[in-house]
Every structure is written in C-alpha cells, then in structure tokens.
Ligand binder design. Structure first.
Ligand code: HEC
Ligand code: HEC
Length: 358
C-alpha cells in the first residue's frame, strides 16, 4: 500500500515535471521565434539605412538666393523699387497685360508663370545667374546683350507683346529686382540650380502622340483641353496660364524649344512639384513638350535671329542649318546624331591644315 502510494506520487511528480519541461520548451521555442523572426523584421530599416545612395549632386546644395533681411542695406526708395520689380514679375498682367493698370503691352501671362516664385525657385527658371553673367554675347541676336535687352526679349516673345521703355519705372524696377536676386553671386558664375535643368536626351525622337496622353492625364485639368488655360475671376490674369493658342508664348520664345520645355516641366509641373519631388518620367516630360509645342501659337518674324547659323542650338526648329538634318529632326529629335555631327564638325574646323598637306 505504502510503496504503491510512493510510486503513484513519484509518477505524478514525473508527469508534472514532464508538463513543466514541455511548457518551458514551448515557451523557449516561442521566445526564440520572436527573437529570430520578430527581430529580423526590426532589422530591415537598419539594413536600408546602411544602403547609402550618393545623392545626385545636381539636386543638393542648390543656391537659395538672398534673404529678405539683406535688403536692409538699401534705403527705403531702393527697397520700394526692388519690391515693385518683384510685384511686376509675379503679377505682370495686372499692370502690363491687356487690362493692365499701367499699359496694355503684353498677352496676360505673368513672368512668374515660367519664372516660378518670382524668379527665385531653384531649377524653376530663376534669375540667380542674370546679374553675374550679363551683359553677354548671345548667338540668338549675334550681339552682346544687356539685362534690358534680355528682359525685353521675354516681353516680346514669351509675353508676345512689347517691352516697357528702358527709361520707365517698370523696366527700372524689374532690373533692380533682378540685380537684387543676384546678391552674393560671383561675376560670371551661374550658381547651382539656376535657370532650367538640362534633361538628358532620349535615344528616340520625342513623340507628340504619346505626349497627348500625358497631357490629358496630367496637365489638362488645369491648362484645359485646348491649352487655353483659365482666366482669374477679375479677367485680368490667369489662374492657369495658356500653353498654346493666341494668348500663349510665340514661336520665338525660349519655351518653344522642346529641351527647355521638357526641363522646365520635369522639375516644376504638375503645379506644386519641385526638383525635390518630380512626378514625370524623363520620357513623359520630353513627349508632353513635343505635344504642346506641336500645337498652334502666335508667330513672330525671326529672320534677324541666329545671324550665324552655326550657333543655332540643336533643337532650334527653324532652318537654314549648317548641318544636313531636317527641321523636323531639329525640332523633335533624335538629337544625338545632330549633337554628334556638330561635335565632329567643330573638331574638323579647329584642325588647321598643315603647310605640308597644302
Ligand atoms: C512662357 C514662359 C516665359 C515667360 C512668361 C517669361 N519668360 Fe523669361 N525666360 C523663359 C525661358 C524659357 C528662358 C530661357 C531659359 C534658357 O534659355 O535657359 C527665359 C529667360 C529669361 C531671362 C534670362 C535668364 C538667364 O539666366 O539668362 C530673363 C532675364 C527673363 N527671362 C526675364 C523675363 C521677364 C522679365 C518676364 C516677364 C516680362 C519673362 N521672362 C517671362 C520663359 C519665359
Ligand atoms: C494643378 C494645376 C496644374 C497642373 C495639373 C499643371 N499645371 Fe502647368 N501651371 C500651373 C500654374 C498655376 C502655372 C503658373 C505658375 C505660377 O504662375 O506660379 C503653370 C505653368 C505652366 C507652364 C509655364 C507657363 C505657360 O503657360 O507656358 C508650363 C509650360 C506648364 N505649366 C506646363 C504644364 C504641363 C506640361 C503639365 C502636365 C505635365 C502641367 N503644366 C500641369 C498649373 C498646373
């Protein structure tokens, strides 16, 4: 009886021991699982952080332009002139558009439509390099151009109108503002991020048919089906500026070159995008540029432009050219053969024939 009891007690404690062992084994397995699987999940961000990618140097450390407080070195009158210049860049049409309060000499667009943040947006076609690099020789006119000439060009081409007189308060204000934006930029230097980003070319020709699809999906909601844009409630300026048609930039404007359009749009459109959060692929940017610039727009007499045809940029859409490529290829690409030809031609030209070979 006694020994039976003893055996029973022994067996029972053995059972308890077994249960304890099994549960602790299960527990350890569970803990181990959490440690291994759970932890490997936690590891992932660490692995990602370790995978550093060198940032594209075209998009870091861009020139920010001057800070407003730096205007304190000017007297009140000078500050007013600079501020009026900024106002004219941002709201050109209110003063100089068809219903402008100063003089109706331009098409209703604002300089700011293409020179974002009043010409102070990195890679937004800003004016940071202007004061430091003008006057400069430009192939388009074949002359040395000063700031007045360059500003007038955008009035006559991008705003398809007339320039204010060089002695007017408006022209002086615009020049004072552009000079101010060049604060701190060394002579003959273009700071990083100034102007329009030069987008890498496609191997194929740009395609207006593909571009139409991009336009309908990503641009039309604001710029409208016929590219006509949307006038503001006061009828003076545009909420969404026109991309083609009678009220848009003319065929002599910088944006009529497909490379300029593509580079501008890639890092600034749809509206709200900057170089930090581009939405279009390069192909979409090139194709939508081809589509928009294949639509009708105001003309301009360009017979005096590019007096030296060798100086025409690869994507200037009007002949005659010094190379054998057609107007269509210059306009839409592929551009590489044209660039290669120009490069080769330049190399040949600089090789002076030696006396012996004559
Ligand atoms: C339809 C678009 C558009 C509008 C509107 C426009 N511009 Fe321009 N502007 C351009 C483009 C494109 C360039 C040339 C960029 C290039 O070739 O790199 C340019 C260049 C310039 C430059 C020379 C910049 C440089 O660094 O060499 C100045 C100055 C200028 N514009 C002033 C103005 C002023 C002032 C107005 C308003 C009266 C104006 N622009 C309106 C598109 C526009
Ligand atoms: C959400 C509205 C919106 C969308 C979508 C949009 N834009 Fe714009 N776009 C604007 C506004 C607003 C401006 C003028 C910016 C300013 O004045 O500050 C502008 C200016 C422009 C300009 C220069 C001015 C002109 O009229 O020539 C071009 C070129 C342009 N957009 C092209 C495009 C393209 C191409 C797309 C599609 C990929 C696009 N935009 C999508 C609102 C939009």
């Amino acid at each position: 009886m006694e020994s039976n009891n003893l055996i029973e007690t022994l067996l029972r404690s053995l059972k308890i021991l077994l249960i304890l062992l099994l549960t602790s084994a299960g527990l350890m397995f569970f803990l181990g699982y959490i440690l291994v699987v759970g932890d490997s999940n936690n590891d992932e961000p660490i692995v990602e952080i370790a995978n550093y990618v060198k940032p594209d140097s075209n998009f870091v450390g861009l020139w920010p332009g001057p800070a407003d407080w730096q205007k304190s070195k000017f007297n009140a009158e000078q500050q007013n002139l600079i501020n009026y210049g900024k106002e004219l860049i941002a709201h050109t049409a209110d003063y100089l558009g068809p219903k402008g309060s100063v003089k109706p000499i331009s098409n209703g667009m604002n300089c700011q439509n293409c020179h974002l943040q009043a010409g102070a947006q990195p890679w937004g076609n800003n004016y940071f390099a202007v004061q430091a690099t003008y006057p400069k020789f430009r192939e388009r006119s074949g002359t040395s151009e000063n700031q007045v000439k360059r500003v007038s060009d955008c009035f006559e081409r991008s705003l398809n109108g007339k320039a204010p007189d060089s002695t007017s308060r408006e022209m002086k204000a615009i020049l004072a503002y552009i000079e101010w934006l060049g604060t701190g930029v060394s002579k003959n230097k273009a700071p990083k991020g100034s102007g329009i980003y030069k987008l890498k070319g496609l191997k194929r020709a740009t395609d207006p048919v593909l571009g139409k699809v991009v336009y309908e999906q990503k641009c039309q909601s604001c710029h409208q089906a016929k590219g006509e844009g949307v006038l503001a409630a006061d009828g003076k300026s545009y909420t969404f500026p026109p991309l083609w048609g009678p009220n848009s930039y003319n065929i002599g404007a910088g944006l009529y070159r497909i490379s300029n359009f593509a580079g501008y749009v890639k890092y600034n459109m749809p509206f709200g995008v900057t170089y930090k959060n581009a939405q279009l692929t390069d192909e979409e940017a090139w194709d939508v540029a081809a589509y928009v610039n294949s639509m009708p727009r105001p003309t301009k007499d360009l017979s005096k432009d590019w007096p030296n045809i060798n100086g025409k940029p690869f994507d200037h859409p009007f002949g005659p050219y010094s190379d054998p490529f057609t107007e269509a290829q210059h306009k839409y690409g592929p551009y590489k053969p044209i660039k290669d030809w120009k490069e080769k031609h330049k190399a040949n030209k600089s090789q002076k024939p030696s006396l012996a070979s004559l």
